[in-house]
Design a protein around this ligand. Structure first.
Ligand SMILES: [Zn+2]
Length: 259
């Protein structure tokens, strides 16, 4: 009798674990990391856009040591479009804005680890002091770092007056990067994550293959609204980073649906 009860207990525990595993599997989502500046945060005040070079290197080492596969964003977009499953322990790395520290601090680490990444450039800042120049972009592009558009002027697209203004931001930045790199540019990052279904349609019409937003995005799998996980210095410990690359970080986060 006691044995029977014990046996039933085990069956229950195993079923519960299997159920939990199933729920977690169903909710797994490819982590697309979003970085901005890889440099020491300013001495005063907290910064949500800085990650110091040492912390960044430790995070990349974590991925390397624990056998994560880092794929280019373009490959993730392709897999989504083909409806193919993305294997566990896969990560995408992206940077917004295109500040010079990406070249000086992030690029050497990425090269050392042999990791691809995508940098989204505000094209009107190309060559300005503190920003990536044409030569930097070419070197990055030829070294496995994809260059995407972050619009011409970092415009918050939903607040622009009409379609023509949105198209101008999307097309002008794309053309500028293509002129520098000499090949098509197919990835876009909406400044401040601002987009709606009209903007996504215009991005597609402009010739982009995929676009990323910030945490507040549409459900997984929409290649014109891929949401990302922000990495900042404030959550610099490796446990936090492990959660962010777990593929389950979004669970419990409020998702705002943008129409
Ligand atoms: Zn930005």
């Amino acid at each position: 009798m006691v044995l029977m009860r014990r046996k039933r207990g085990w069956v229950f525990t195993l079923s519960a674990l299997a159920g939990l595993w199933w729920v977690l599997s169903m909710n797994y989502e490819l982590p697309i990391l979003m970085y901005h500046i890889i440099d020491r945060p300013p001495a005063e005040g907290r910064s949500s856009v800085h990650v110091s070079p040492e912390v960044f290197e430790r995070q990349m080492e974590f991925l390397k040591v624990h056998g994560y596969r880092v794929i280019p964003l373009s490959e993730a977009v392709r897999l989504y479009k083909e409806g193919r499953p993305i294997p566990r322990k896969t990560v995408v790395i992206t940077f917004d804005d295109g500040t010079l520290d990406n070249f000086d601090h992030a690029f050497p680490v990425l090269r050392k680890m042999d990791f691809p990444a995508t940098i989204f450039m505000i094209t009107s800042n190309i060559g300005q002091e503190g920003w990536l120049g044409e030569q930097d972009l070419k070197i990055l592009d030829q070294s496995g770092i994809e260059i995407g558009s972050h619009t011409a002027d970092h415009a918050f697209l939903p607040s622009l007056k009409n379609d023509a203004e949105i198209e101008d931001q999307l097309l002008r930045s794309k053309a500028r990067l293509e002129e520098v790199l000499g090949h098509p540019v197919s990835l876009l990052s909406y400044p401040a994550g601002g987009f709606n279904s009209r903007i996504a349609a215009l991005a597609q019409l402009a010739g982009y293959e995929g676009a990323v937003t910030t945490n507040h995005g549409r459900p997984r799998g929409n290649p014109y609204g891929l949401h990302r996980i922000k990495v900042s210095e404030s959550g610099a410990n490796l446990f936090n980073f492990w959660l962010k690359v777990s593929g389950l970080y979004h669970l419990g986060k409020r998702r705002i649906a943008i129409s």
